[in-house]
Design a protein around this ligand. Structure first.
Ligand code: ASP
Length: 324
């Protein structure tokens, strides 16, 4: 009798557990916004981007489906894009005015409002990993230059020669700009990478990684490592990662402003992102943003002709796109 009731309990438990709906998760990525001419990008090139974006989504999806945290998903997806020469982050980042690659990255966790960032590092292979370590293992939020590199080395992160980041494509872009004797403007294709994610625990996070803008001068730092400009996350509103002409994003307090629109004006994630892009356009800036809230609603907004982007959801939805 005892044995029978034991079996019954086990049976009921298993049935109840099986019947549990799959916990909701979602993830959105971007690989930069800018002027993207469909006719000028060969089908091979488009396929290359699409296949990396799909790979990134696949990895993010499996991290979250297997109970990984939103931060794990953000870090792992961004690392893939940092390691790809296609994007302006890590390998493949743009050159500054002096022909050196300087990298910025940041992460933020919506539950605790903890954040970490590094700026203008020249020798860290995966800046997003170090940004996370700044958040989790230091008492600071933003480290820059040689100090950030020293911290990264003390924490055991891989360092590389600056030449590791050099690619022919980015070198040519710098030479063209130098020749034209002008600053990199919003006309240039960007290529910063970012990810926002909702995990099965109901938490959200955001991360962004970039080489900044081609031909940047005087130790220029953009919006990407600035919490509240290029990256922001708050469980009460949403998580956001930006790409575009950083100076405008800093001046607008871009991602924090989206969060404020959601908090005070009760806008949805998509309406808040649209409203902020409207403000960006009005100011004369260009770029894009990805966003997510705790319900898994997402946004992928931009005012340029394209943005490398994609999303995946636990309900089986998945999409990648480049052009408007
Ligand atoms: N937002 C980056 C910066 O200004 C550049 C980009 O997104 O392409 O540094």
């Amino acid at each position: 009798m005892k044995k029978l009731s034991f079996c019954l309990v086990i049976f009921l438990l298993t049935t109840v557990l099986w019947a549990q709906p799959v916990k909701k998760y979602a993830l959105v990525i971007h690989g930069g916004a800018g002027v993207m001419d469909k006719d000028k990008m060969t089908p091979e090139m488009q396929n290359e981007y699409i296949s990396v974006l799909n790979r990134v989504l696949h990895v993010g999806d499996s991290v979250l489906a297997n109970g990984g945290t939103c931060l794990d998903a953000v870090e792992k997806t961004i690392v893939i894009m940092e390691d790809s020469p296609l994007f302006n982050a890590g390998k493949g980042a743009v050159f500054n005015h002096d022909g050196i690659v300087e990298l910025d990255a940041s992460v933020m966790e919506g539950k605790s409002l903890n954040a970490g960032a590094i700026a203008a590092v020249r020798d860290i292979k995966n800046p997003i990993r170090v940004a996370r370590a700044v958040m989790e293992k230091s008492e600071h939020v933003l480290l820059n230059g040689s100090g950030a590199s020293q911290f990264a080395k003390e924490q055991g992160f891989e360092s590389v020669e600056n030449s590791y980041f050099h690619t022919e494509k980015r070198y040519k872009s710098l030479q063209e700009l130098l020749k034209k004797e002008r600053e990199a403007t919003a006309k240039d294709k960007h290529g910063t990478v970012g990810c926002v994610a909702l995990d099965t625990f109901g938490n959200i996070a955001a991360g962004t990684s970039t080489g900044g803008m081609t031909n940047k001068k005087y130790g220029r730092i953009g919006d990407s490592p600035i919490i509240g400009a290029g990256t922001y996350a708050n469980n009460e509103t949403g998580a956001f990662s930006c790409t575009g002409h950083g100076e405008y994003y800093i001046r607008l307090g871009f991602s924090r402003d989206i969060s404020a629109l959601m908090e005070y004006k009760k806008l949805s994630v998509i309406d808040a992102c649209r409203e902020e892009i409207r403000k960006l356009t009005q100011l004369g800036g260009t770029g894009g943003v990805i966003g997510i809230d705790r319900k898994g609603n997402i946004a992928m907004e931009f005012n340029t002709s394209g943005m490398f982007r994609g999303y995946v959801k636990s309900i089986g939805e998945k999409e990648v796109a480049i052009f408007k």
